[in-house]
Design a protein around this ligand. Structure first.
Ligand code: UD1
Length: 430
């Protein structure tokens, strides 16, 4: 099994280029099937989550042409099936965006129900509530969600919880609904704005994306477009944390600094210097890391997807910290792994209490999920000695060329596929 082997303790320095946002791209790909004309999406990250959604789209009959690693053209005119089976859903949770997109396109969709996952139970009741309000009949049976409508009509929807997925999914279903839809208590994440912008470039009429109230005037049809995905806020934040944890300095390029404000301001509070440029941020670690209090919240609050990486940094602080997770109920599974590296973190209910230890020791650890995996890599880069991170398949879901990009800022890291390769790396780097 592939694993990352890291020799830690070296401050990272240099420049890194961030790719397109995975979570935006998942919504854009689903939106692309809604017209019968060509939609070209650029700046897609080449990560397994994206490639699996593209496979699911091809599987229902859309014509998919890959121009290069980061560009795909999708033509939805050849779609034959409105059914996304469990096999696809098992590989990629976000295939549920095909529910909204197919319902909007064909007035019918049948998609396997996503299961729970490593970080929480993740229900989709708000997605279904939105579809019902637009006039769809929904039956869930034998693990499938079957949504059908004679025709979709605009409606007034108030979400009970702020959900990124529900906001995007219901927006997809509503763009072609007859009349006006108003969605309230929406999530405001940058990728929601990105999906709305692409849909508008296809002829949709969506206003207010990025605020808690989205207004959609239904249009009878959508047309093709060429659209470029926004930069990945979480990939950027991960490198910012890597600079902070290793006492280094990294220029993180191709970002929208405004999207990173909650991360930047926390790092400044923790003693780092963060300089914003037009499309880059420079993070320089301070002499030591100060303890801090963090609470995850929907955008523009501190992102839950940065919670593990920031906890890894705080484990190295001088002083105590607390991290409260308010979005997902089971997102501290990596803490035991960090503790095996010498961190002192106690989890009580939805909060982690961290006694900063100033330094970590390398160890063999396993990634329990995507962002937790990134956090363990950060910890390994900061720790003394060697760290092996197992189960990197999770990390590959969301980080493109992670090892290469880290090497580019001076990290001593490699992928090893066997014990032998691991030993070889260790001997080579001493
Ligand atoms: C998206 C992101 C994920 C990120 C999360 C929160 C994608 C593909 N994934 O996930 O990386 O961690 O936002 O920023 O973009 N909820 C309900 N009912 C619903 C839907 C959600 O109760 O119908 C709850 C969830 O259990 C959770 C909260 O709402 O507690 C937020 O979840 P949501 O924003 O929907 O997360 P995802 O869209 O699944």
């Amino acid at each position: 099994m592939d694993r990352y082997v890291i020799k830690g303790g070296k401050p990272l320095s240099g420049e890194v280029e961030v790719g397109g946002a995975k979570n935006a791209a998942l919504g854009l790909l689903a939106a692309a099937i809604m017209t019968d004309e060509d939609v070209t999406i650029e700046n897609l990250p080449d990560v397994s989550d994206i490639n699996q959604l593209i496979d699911a789209i091809e599987n229902i009959g859309a014509t998919v042409t890959r121009t290069d690693r980061h560009t795909v053209t999708i033509n939805g005119s050849t779609i034959k099936s409105h059914v996304v089976d469990y096999e696809q859903m098992r590989k990629i949770r976000a295939s549920y965006y095909l529910l909204g997109a197919l319902l909007g396109k064909m007035s019918k969709a049948e998609v396997a129900l996503p299961g729970g996952c490593a970080i929480g139970s993740r229900p989709i009741d708000q997605h279904l509530k939105g579809f019902r309000a637009l006039g769809a009949d929904i039956i869930t049976d034998h693990g499938m969600v079957n949504a059908q409508a004679e025709r979709l009509t605009g409606s007034h929807i108030f979400f009970d919880v702020v959900s990124v997925g529900a906001t995007i999914n219901v927006m997809l279903a509503a763009v072609k609904a007859e009349g006006r839809t108003v969605i309230e208590n929406c999530a405001k994440e940058p990728h929601i704005v990105d999906v709305a912008n692409m849909l508008n470039s296809m002829g949709a009429n969506i206003r207010g994306a990025g605020t808690d109230k989205i207004r959609i005037q239904g249009v009878p049809s959508l047309h093709g477009t060429v659209y470029s995905t926004i930069p990945d806020q979480i990939e950027a934040g991960t490198f910012m944390c890597a600079a902070a944890a290793t006492g280094g300095e990294i220029l993180v390029k191709n970002v929208i600094p405004r999207h990173l404000e909650s991360i930047s301001s926390k790092l400044i509070e923790m003693g780092c210097t963060v300089i914003e440029y037009d499309d880059a941020v420079r993070v320089k670690a301070g002499d030591f890391i100060r303890g801090a209090k963090i609470k995850t919240l929907p955008y523009p609050g501190f992102p839950t997807d940065m919670q593990p990486q920031m906890t890894a940094v705080l484990s190295l602080a001088h002083g105590n910290s607390s991290v409260t997770e308010s979005i997902f109920e089971n997102r501290f599974k990596y803490v035991d792994e960090l503790n095996r590296m010498g961190a002192i973190i106690k989890v009580e209910s939805n909060a982690a209490f961290i006694t900063g230890v100033g330094g970590l020791q390398g160890a063999e650890v396993s990634a329990p999920d995507l962002r937790a995996g990134a956090a363990l890599v950060i910890a390994g880069l900061a720790a003394n000695g060697f760290t092996t991170v197992n189960d990197i398949v999770y990390i590959k879901r969301g980080y493109e060329r992670f090892v290469e990009k880290l090497k580019g800022v001076g990290a001593i890291i490699d992928t090893a596929s066997s014990e032998e390769e691991e030993q070889k790396f260790k001997l080579k780097v001493g």
